[in-house]
Design a protein around this ligand. Structure first.
Ligand code: IPE
Ligand code: IPE
Ligand code: MG
Length: 249
């Protein structure tokens, strides 16, 4: 295991979130089935996880299946579930060996029970790993995340476990499915679409957004490095003034 390169001095984003889009178009352009595109997309994800570790990124969130993706034809949903099964079985040990903690966000109650078991197994096996946290968003929707959080807060207030007057942005964040991880610094979407598609709505308030025309199956380690380099040059003001302005006084 290599030591993380992120010493806090370089401008490496701590958390990168990716909307892995364009598998279908990649396949169609080659006369292949959409499923072939998803298979190739899963390989790209493996390389990007490796690259993220090498760059010293501490959290990598991958949008693999949205709460709206059930609207696709049953055959495609079924193939996606099979791929997920296959990769959870195949990749968990490898990720564990490389010091990755696996965490799944999304409503897992609607996923096939054997996949839920594979997820629990992966999370339990890797829970103490600290090199990188790989967050898989499965049956995830940003609005659903906010509603689940609001419901849990309401339940606690009703049970007198939480005082409503003390609730603020920080405490509310902890009810989100990403409660124990920092907000994304950089959000990448491939395939030329510039929309968020109900991804981490609450968490992306101040993320830098990076859109590239590259289709996800073609997204390489170098593409991740390019996105990170782009991020490093950004001036994140968080509503204030830029650092250079402050230094100049
Ligand atoms: C992203 O690729 C993968 C999932 C949403 C599961 P798409 O399947 O959306 O590919 P396009 O957008 O149709 O090309
Ligand atoms: C977003 O891509 C979801 C994932 C990448 C898992 P979609 O392809 O589902 O999004 P839309 O339909 O183009 O907004
Ligand atoms: Mg798409």
């Amino acid at each position: 295991m290599n030591a993380p390169q992120n010493t806090g001095n370089e401008n490496i984003p701590a958390h990168v979130a990716i909307i892995m889009d364009g598998n279908g178009r990649w396949a169609t352009a080659r006369g292949l089935s959409r499923t072939e595109g998803h298979r190739k997309g899963a390989e790209a994800a493996r390389h990007v996880v490796e690259a993220a570790g090498e760059l010293g990124i501490r959290y990598l969130t991958l949008f693999a299946f949205s709460s709206e993706n059930w609207n696709r034809p049953a055959d495609e949903v079924n193939d996606l579930m099979n791929l997920l099964r296959y990769y959870l079985k195949k990749e968990t040990a490898e990720l564990h060996k490389n010091g990755a903690r696996i965490k799944v966000i999304g409503d897992r109650s609607a996923l096939p029970i054997d996949i839920v078991k594979l997820i629990e197994n992966a999370e339990n096996l890797t829970r103490d790993n600290a090199k990188i946290t790989v967050v898989l968003a499965l049956n995830y929707g940003g609005r659903q995340d906010i509603i689940f959080a609001a419901k849990e807060l309401a339940r606690q207030v009703r049970a007198d476990e939480t005082d409503l007057a003390t609730v603020n942005e920080n405490s509310f964040s902890r009810y989100m499915m990403t409660g124990d991880i920092p907000d994304p610094d950089l959000m990448i979407r491939t395939s030329g679409e510039s929309r968020i598609s109900n991804f981490l709505l609450w968490q992306m308030a101040y993320a830098e957004l990076y859109f590239t025309d590259t289709l996800w199956p073609d997204f390489s380690k170098k593409d991740l490095k390019d996105a990170v380099a782009h991020f490093s040059g950004r001036d994140r003001r968080f509503g204030g003034l830029s650092q250079s302005h402050e230094i100049q006084g």
